[in-house]
Design a binder for this molecule. Structure first.
Ligand SMILES: NC(=O)C1=CN([C@@H]2O[C@H](COP(=O)(O)OP(=O)(O)OC[C@H]3O[C@@H](n4cnc5c(N)ncnc54)[C@H](OP(=O)(O)O)[C@@H]3O)[C@@H](O)[C@H]2O)C=CC1
Ligand SMILES: CC1=C(/C=C/C(C)=C/C=C/C(C)=C/C=O)C(C)(C)CCC1
Length: 319
């Protein structure tokens, strides 16, 4: 059988782990998954979730996206160095006022989220071009489209990914290669815990009172609620991604959370770029009115989509 070779980065937890397992468990066994992580001592949750696919349609390998030698060693270890589908997922977040963050911390985010993909592409793209076959799937974010308060550096790293891929996609087309950006909204994973816990520990003494207050009393206060109201599961993102993998003509961009779409659409609706900024400003500072109204609207959308899901299921079961 002609299985497609899928290489995924950052599979020790969250979206990467869910992707690896979901793709390896494909009923038609269309894929051979190389699930990679930088630290193999963290493999236990993946081993457990992979179950019987381990050693069959799933293998675990070491790969650190910040280390060129580790990427090369991993790709060299694959049969014929072949990668049909690269899923660049490894990433990290960073929240808080920039005056409280060190340049080292910021560089680490850019190095992982952006240069991590660049290193992977430098190793894998030339082979894909030679074979005139391949699909590069990048786990970007809604923050690759639109910045969010106190996510300045993280959003910049995702914008960098999007600009890089948008430029490369034109060249890729010439070789018959596909590039797809997957853009989830909030997803309930270790990412949320890491970023939120770090956020609570930030030394705000370098920020002025207004900024410190905005971070503590607006951002951190609402962050949890945003995840609770809008948060997707990593399995849901994995399902969306698999659908993209099996398409004949996969799209360049795919947002996984329709509840978040009204917010990203603002960007496309106003060429001057003021609409999303003013709307987010109102959501933050006319908080009581707009933020609560927005959350209620989102809850209504959620209720309606759950209702229509049940309705569709009922129709199907009656057919
Ligand atoms: N959670 C969310 O709300 C959203 C997340 N995303 C994106 O999804 C991707 C996955 O995040 P998510 O699953 O949520 O978070 P997790 O923290 O659960 O997973 C991140 C993964 O990336 C790995 N990683 C970090 N640095 C490196 C590195 N240098 N080399 C290899 N692997 C590395 C981590 O490994 P280790 O365990 O060793 O740290 C971990 O396996 C990220 O790109 C993130 O930006 C996008 C939209 C929303
Ligand atoms: C929508 C919104 C907020 C927060 C959104 C968050 C926290 C989104 C997180 C997205 C993630 C984690 C993407 C990962 O790539 C605020 C600023 C609290 C208030 C204004 C409206």
């Amino acid at each position: 059988m002609n299985q497609k070779v899928v290489l995924i980065t950052g599979c020790s937890s969250g979206i990467g782990l869910a992707l690896a397992v979901h793709i390896a468990k494909d009923e038609k066994k269309r894929f051979m998954v190389y699930a990679t992580m930088r630290n193999l001592s963290k493999a236990e949750p993946l081993v457990e979730a992979a179950g019987r696919t381990l050693g069959r349609t799933l293998e675990i390998k070491q790969l650190d996206v910040c280390d060129e030698a580790s990427i090369k060693a991993c790709v060299d270890s694959l049969p014929e160095r072949r990668v049909d589908i690269l899923i660049s997922n490894a990433g990290m977040g960073l929240i808080g006022p920039i005056e409280c963050q060190s340049i080292e911390e910021m560089k680490s985010v850019m190095d992982t989220n952006f240069f991590g993909l660049v290193r992977l592409m430098k190793e894998i793209l030339p082979d894909m071009k030679r074979r005139k076959k391949g699909h590069i799937v990048v786990i970007s974010s809604v923050m690759g489209i639109q910045g969010i308060l106190f996510n300045d550096i993280y959003a910049a790293s995702k914008f960098a990914l999007e600009g890089f891929c948008e430029s490369l996609a034109i060249q890729a087309l010439r070789f018959g290669l596909n590039i797809s950006l997957i853009e989830p909204g909030p997803v309930i994973t270790e990412f949320e815990r890491k970023v939120y816990d770090e956020g609570l520990k930030i030394d705000l003494s370098k920020a002025d009172k207004v900024t410190a207050d905005m971070f503590t009393n607006v951002y951190l206060k609402n962050y949890k609620q945003i995840f609770e109201t809008l948060g997707q599961t990593p399995e849901d993102v994995a399902e969306h991604t698999l659908k993209i993998l099996i398409m004949d003509n996969p799209p360049f961009r795919h947002q996984t959370n329709t509840l978040y779409t009204p917010m990203t659409t603002l960007k496309y609706a106003d060429p001057n770029g003021d609409l999303p900024i003013e709307t987010f400003y109102k959501m933050v500072f006319e908080h009581d009115k707009v933020f609560t109204a927005s959350l209620n609207f989102i809850k209504l959308l959620q209720w309606r989509s759950r209702k229509s899901f049940k309705h569709n299921k009922m129709i199907k079961s009656n057919c």
